[in-house]
Design a protein around this ligand. Structure first.
Ligand code: SF4
Length: 445
């Protein structure tokens, strides 16, 4: 009789990029015959994939390690916080191993040491798509690691290194496998999607008998062949972003751009060492909207950056009013250990930061709500996330999972997750839309 498989508990923290790392590690664990269990008690050891982006995330990661140690005792730490191993060792000297992001080999070798694998070829059956932590119908597609920028508030390049792009054929093959496995929405992620391929000098590769360059536009062209939703995240407003507008206008990729602007004052952006030129941004947004009237623009901003004056904050609010972005996330600046921005003079007081954040969010809330109101009466194609006795919850082209709004379908009880349907919007609140099925069901993919 074969021995029982060793059991691993897995805690995944952090951003979508960390989630992709978790999926890779989980896939490898499954391939090697480990069983993934949902509780500390059932696990022989626990892997904690950490985040180290802001201080709150550092604390959350440390707490998660502490909890895993307390509940289980055998803990392997990986992910972004692993780059600051001294911090972890100081708090928890008993952790078995510490590795940084994307260091799958170190995680696996720590697992092998703690729990030698019991290989059983009958258990080695794994779907082509690997293990996904996202629901079956959407998946994050990581196109590169690292970043060539050096934004002064960010320590990601020091943790993840310079940009390393995955050749376009590899990405397209992965996307193809995901779609074959039932994925209906691909979420393209990286630290800087616009810079994709620059490190590979935009190398040309072949996919499905056709040449594609390792470059954002060409990647989008390839993905559009797959007949599912493609959504772009972390795009910087470089001129070549204009090239994807025709693909959006033709419905080949979703008319959606997630562009982290972070600020609108040229002086603050300079202090932040942000890529892109804000002067032309409003004009560019106007041109995008002329080409793709339905485009959804999402962004994130930091308020209260060191040295931000009242006038510069007002400049940011003016930008917000003019840009009329659809979705916006904002943070009060919080120093990240090791970031160069910490050395900047004139920090903004906590009180003022909170006050500015509140004002910022109030201005944007009105804009977002008004934009949703304009959707009343419209027919939209939505992708169903879940359905039950209360109806269904879906998302439109304007809603990325986790971060944007939802479309509640009151009469969607019979729908299935991963199904595309058309709905008519009946009402809207600050974030979400409420809709009914369009009669008849026009399109079910
Ligand atoms: S673009 Fe800036 S904020 Fe984004 S990962 Fe690179 S350095 Fe960090």
């Amino acid at each position: 009789m074969s021995q029982a498989s060793p059991k691993i508990g897995f805690v995944s923290l952090g951003c979508p990029k960390a989630l992709v790392d978790s999926e890779r590690i989980l896939t490898q664990l499954k391939v090697e015959g480990y069983e993934i269990v949902p509780s500390y008690q059932a696990a022989d050891a626990v892997v904690v994939n950490t985040c180290g982006f802001i201080d709150a995330a550092v604390q959350e990661s440390l707490d998660a390690i502490g909890e895993a140690l307390h509940e289980n005792g055998k803990v392997i730490v990986t992910g972004c916080l692993g780059k600051r191993s001294e911090l972890i060792r100081e708090a928890y000297p008993e952790v078995l191993s510490i590795s940084g992001p994307q260091d799958y080999a170190s995680v696996m070798s720590a697992v092998h040491t703690a729990l030698p694998p019991q290989r059983n070829p009958l258990l080695d059956i794994i779907p082509d798509t690997g293990i996904k932590l996202t629901p079956k119908h959407y998946a994050y597609l990581k196109i590169s690691e690292g970043c060539n920028h050096r934004c002064s508030f960010c320590i990601i390049p020091s943790m993840r290194g310079d940009l390393v792009s995955r050749p376009v054929d590899q990405v397209l093959l992965e996307a193809e496998r995901l779609v074959k496995g039932g994925v209906k929405e691909l979420l393209v992620i990286s630290q800087d999607t616009s810079a994709y391929g620059v490190d590979l000098k935009y190398a040309e590769r072949e996919w499905r008998g056709k040449a594609y360059r390792t470059r954002m536009t060409e990647l989008c062209q390839g993905l559009s062949e797959l007949g599912v939703w493609t959504r772009l995240h972390y795009v910087y407003p470089y001129p070549h972003v204009d090239e994807v507008m025709p693909l959006m206008a033709e419905g080949k990729i979703l008319p959606y751009l997630d562009i982290p602007f972070q600020h609108a004052s040229p002086r603050i952006l300079k202090l932040m060492k942000r890529p892109g030129n804000i002067d032309k941004t409003l004009e560019r947004i106007r041109n995008w909207r002329a080409a793709v009237p339905d485009i959804t623009l999402r962004s994130t901003f930091i308020v209260g950056f060191p040295g931000e004056t009242d006038a510069e904050f007002e400049e940011l609010l003016d930008f917000l009013r003019e840009a009329e972005l659809d979705r916006v996330g904002a943070f009060a600046y919080s120093p990240v250990e090791g970031a160069r921005a910490n050395e900047l003079p004139d920090p903004v007081s906590e009180e003022l930061k909170e006050d500015r954040l509140e004002r910022f969010m109030a201005v944007q809330a009105e804009i977002s709500a008004a934009k949703l109101q304009r959707k009343l009466g419209r027919t939209l194609t939505v992708l169903v996330d879940e359905a039950g006795a209360e109806g269904a919850v879906a998302r439109s082209a304007a809603d990325a999972p986790e971060i944007d709004g939802l479309v509640h379908i009151a009469d969607g009880q019979a729908l299935k997750p991963g199904q595309f349907v058309q709905v008519v919007v009946e009402s809207a609140d600050e974030h979400d839309l409420h809709a009914r099925l369009a009669q008849p069901l026009l399109k079910v993919v």
